[in-house]
Design a protein around this ligand. Structure first.
Ligand code: NAP
Length: 268
């Protein structure tokens, strides 16, 4: 198939399954060369072989556990040094089902390492590379649970709220340096994430569950439109705009030189 030579290379974390694997497929078909990152080297190799054969792009794989510092450092090094890179899909993530105090704290730790620390370090590496060349896009996968923290475990919801705030803040800094940001907030999407977290996708009511191809294709429409925040399920973008307007209305009063009146009398 015909290829545009100028798209450069996309590095996708968590490319061995689910959302990351669909991004790999779609971006290869658009003509991006790929670097696919995940722990399961065999799955990555199979996907790389299929995509290279079907699309003619070059597909490299990097086997890495992004919760392991030395593995993460290798991916960061690639992101800092590869001058062909034009896109980072910061997608690898895990969830957890179960009570916060009942779950093994090591699982909370791994979730924070992957969903927050690795995502941040990879964005730092890509951001430095892209800003130096005044080009490039960083796409971060958050979740609608960033906006509904009471519907999920605290570490997962907190990690995704972090990704949303992190991306909004980083866009303000890197935008003027020629680097574009997008944060994608999927609702429930049919992938392995539920099984991996000890839950079942079948427990989710059908009207809440999006197929993964539809979710990624919608996210890519938002990408093509240059959206900073993409919420594939949300029918009326006016609802998001109203949320932003309500948040902006708080801003002038969130930091002042005296407490609000309601805190000035102890007995009230
Ligand atoms: P998934 O099918 O379970 O895919 C997760 C990917 O991350 C896999 O490729 C997995 O590959 C990789 N991964 C997991 N742990 C890793 C580690 N320690 N180091 C490197 N890679 C690791 O889940 P998904 O639904 O596609 O999730 C992708 C992103 O979308 C996540 O950030 C998730 O939070 C977000 N999201 C998903 C949903 C949903 O309902 N599915 C909704 C909102 C947001 P290996 O096992 O080979 O490492």
């Amino acid at each position: 198939m015909a290829r545009e030579a100028s798209l450069g290379t996309a590095l996708i974390t968590g490319a061995s399954s689910g959302i990351g694997a669909v991004y790999a497929d779609r971006l290869a078909r658009r003509g991006y060369d790929l670097v696919l990152v995940a722990r399961d080297g065999e799955r990555l190799a199979k996907l790389a072989e299929t995509l290279a054969r079907d699309t003619g792009v070059s597909v490299d794989t990097l086997r890495a556990d992004l919760t392991v510092k030395s593995d993460l450092a290798a991916v960061e090094a690639r992101l800092r040094s590869d001058q062909t890179l034009s896109l980072l899909i910061n997608n690898a993530g895990i969830a957890a089902f179960g009570g916060f105090t009942e779950l093994d704290v090591e699982h909370h730790d791994a979730m924070a390492q992957l969903n927050i620390v690795a995502l941040t370090r990879l964005a730092a590496a890509a951001g430095a590379n892209f800003a130096a060349r005044q080009t490039g896009v960083i796409v971060n996968l958050a979740s609608v649970l960033a906006l509904m923290p009471d519907r999920s475990g605290p570490v997962y919801a907190g990690s995704k709220a972090y990704v949303l705030a992190f991306t909004e803040s980083l866009a303000a800094e890197l935008g003027p340096k020629g680097v574009r940001l997008q944060v994608v907030l999927p609702g429930a999407t049919r992938t392995e994430i539920f099984d991996r977290a000890g839950a079942s996708v079948d427990a989710i009511p059908a009207e809440y569950l999006m197929e993964v191809d539809a979710m990624v294709d919608a996210a890519l429409v938002g990408f093509d439109r240059g959206e900073l925040v993409t919420i594939p399920s949300l029918p009326d973008i006016g609802d998001w705009d109203a949320f932003l307007a309500a948040r902006a209305q708080l801003a002038p009063n969130l930091s002042r030189n005296r407490p609000a009146d309601r805190y000035l009398s102890a007995g009230a």
